[in-house]
Every structure is written in C-alpha cells, then in structure tokens.
Design a protein around this ligand. Sequence first.
Ligand SMILES: *[C@@H]1O[C@H](CO)[C@@H](O)[C@H](O)[C@H]1NC(C)=O
Ligand SMILES: *[C@@H]1O[C@H](CO)[C@@H](O)[C@H](O)[C@H]1NC(C)=O
Ligand SMILES: *[C@@H]1O[C@H](CO)[C@@H](O)[C@H](O)[C@H]1NC(C)=O
Ligand SMILES: *[C@@H]1O[C@H](CO)[C@@H](O)[C@H](O)[C@H]1NC(C)=O
Length: 339
Amino acid sequence: MLFLQLPLLLALLPGADSKDGFQEPVSFHVMGILSFYNRSWEQNVGSGWLGELQTQGWNSSSGTIIYLWPWSRGNFSNEELTELETLFRTFFINFALTFHNRIIQWQLKYPFDIQVAGGCELHSGEASAGFMQVAYQGSEFLSFQNNSWLPSPKGGGRAKLVSSLFNLNKGFLEIVHRLLTDTCPRFHLGLLDAGKAHLQRRVRPEAWLSPGPSPGPGRLVLVCHASGFYPKPIWVTWMRGEREQQGTQRSDVVPHADGTWYLRVSLEVEAREAPGLSCRVRHSSLGDQDIVLYWGHRSSVGWIFLAVTVPLLLLAGLAFWARKRRTLCQPASSRLPLE
Ligand SMILES: *[C@@H]1O[C@H](CO)[C@@H](O)[C@H](O)[C@H]1NC(C)=O
Ligand SMILES: *[C@@H]1O[C@H](CO)[C@@H](O)[C@H](O)[C@H]1NC(C)=O
Ligand SMILES: *[C@@H]1O[C@H](CO)[C@@H](O)[C@H](O)[C@H]1NC(C)=O
Ligand SMILES: *[C@@H]1O[C@H](CO)[C@@H](O)[C@H](O)[C@H]1NC(C)=O
C-alpha cells in the first residue's frame, strides 16, 4: 500500500521531471510516510531524494539517517546532520502522537496513512522557495504556504481542523520555514557538488531487438530495448532508412536498482514489412555514434539462430570426418567386427 502511493505523492511534487537534454536534478526533497494501524502501533518510512535518485533512507528502529551514497552527506558537518536526525525523530514522534490523540475529534479510523513531503528547488541555478505538503490516504490534505499551513479543498473539514491546530504552534511553523528556506537549499547545493562525479557520469545503453507477443496472423511486434543508460534522456525510434516510423509505442523509462534506466520501444507491422526496419538509439553517452540495429537476418534473433546452428553443423561435420578417417585408416581385419 505504501509503495503504491509513493508515485502518487511524487506526482504532486513539482520539479522532479527531467526534460530532454542534460540537466542537474533540480529538486531535493524528503518524504515521510506514517502508517497508523491501531491505538498503539504505527510505522514510519523516510527517504531523501535528489530529483529521482534516492540519496538517503531512514532507519525507523534506531531513528537515524541511512546514507545511500558516499556523497549523501553533502557538505554538512556531523553535528548538523545529528541535529537534523534528532529533529526528524522528534517530528515523527510528535506527529504520531498528535494524530493518535485526536482520532475522535478528527473522525479518523484505523488504519490510515499520512504522507509528508518537503523540499526545495533550484531555478536557473538559484535556490528558490521550498515546498511542503501533507497527504491523507494518498490525497492532498495540507500545504505549507506563506509561513502557515493551508488546508486543501479536497481535505474538507478535517484538513481545516488539522491546519488550524498546526498553525497555533509558532515554534513548529518557524522550524518548517527554516528547513525549507535555509537548510534545504544549502544541503541541496552541497549535495549537488559532492555528488557531481556521480550525477554527471555517462553510461552507454545496451540495445537489442526481440519479437513481442504476436498481435495476429501475418503481423509482428518488433521490440527494441535500451538498457543500463545514464542520464535518463534518450531517443529511441524505429526507422526505415532515414524515415521515422509512425505508431511506435514507447514504454515508461524505468529505473534499475543501480540508478541507470531502461526503455522499450515497439512497433507493430505486417510481417513482410519487417525486413529493412531498424531501431536507432541516440544518447549523450554515445556522442554522435548512434546505435543502429536491423530487424531481419541481421537481427539478434538471427544471430542466436546462427550462434546455435553453426557450431552444431561444424561439430556434426567434424564427427563425420573423424569417423570416416578412422575407418579408412584401420586395417580391414579390425574394421569388420566393428561395422
Ligand atoms: C496493534 O496491531 C499490532 C499488529 O497488528 C498488534 O500486534 C497489536 O496487538 C495491536 N494492538 C492493539 C492495542 O490492538
Ligand atoms: C537500524 O538500526 C538497528 C538498531 O540500531 C540496527 O540493528 C540495524 O542494522 C539498522 N538497519 C539499517 C538498515 O541500517
Ligand atoms: C503572506 O502573509 C502576509 C502576512 O500575513 C500577507 O501580507 C501576504 O499577503 C501573504 N501573501 C500571500 C501570497 O498569501
Ligand atoms: C555547503 O554548500 C553550500 C552551497 O555551496 C553553501 O551555501 C553552504 O554554506 C555550505 N556549507 C554548509 C555547512 O551548508
């Protein structure tokens, strides 16, 4: 349930999209998910994200930050990071207590989820105002604007009650304001700098072709795969000669566990039209040397067929030849009982 809702929350966040061409991750944000199961039991999950790359996790049993990359500390000192850890720990505890204690007043029913996301963005290299949002059961609930909590219309009367309680606590408002306008931009810039080598690396895609599920008699689905590339922007298309083919289906660009990306582009054609079609892959790691793969006798399927049959034929030939040689070299007397 938690992970199904993550994309939903991400979709609420501005600035995490990568457009064509290289660009640095423009946002840093942290997410927390509190799952309330019953009066005495809740769980929390926390994470830190540089654009679409997770850079920190949260160990909820010890209440400490998990640094996923050697550069995940940015340029912050251990003292400042410990201070943040304490702040997040306190935040999780107080948030949980606040909700548990107002189950009746806010008409909540176990189980339910509260998600919190907050962070900051860069605009043309400059830090800009931060953002913080709270979702209830996966839908917009509150947002932090102009130094106070604003209920979302979708949150109804409950969001109004919660926001007015939060707005009474001036200390809380100040902490959130400082986190968003000072801590986050400093940390974000420091992280971009510390992780520069990793973030600006280029990893070449591997590309291959395969047939897709058969769409019907006489028709084929040709699938072109590009895998393991970084950064995310890539151009993959089916061509005939220099002409781009219409009607290609592009999958989402999905991440591998190592932070590289995978994409699949397919095209449905009449089987007789397949020869001569090629898949062209363009990516910043390749310079202007696009990868071009041809469907048909030069396709990967053809190569596998050849790779299997050629050695088999050779082996068979060799066995035949050896046998023939042996029988020819043996004297007639010893050959007779064998044959
Ligand atoms: C709360 O839920 C946990 C896990 O389902 C369970 O072990 C525990 O007994 C529950 N506590 C109460 C008070 O219902
Ligand atoms: C989380 O903290 C606990 C207790 O300190 C520790 O045993 C565990 O290994 C930690 N887990 C991770 C993933 O760091
Ligand atoms: C932000 O709050 C200040 C003081 O409460 C107010 O004067 C200003 O109009 C508000 N701005 C926006 C955009 O709501
Ligand atoms: C970290 O780097 C940022 C951006 O260069 C800078 O503003 C900040 O002062 C540095 N140090 C700390 C501890 O934030």
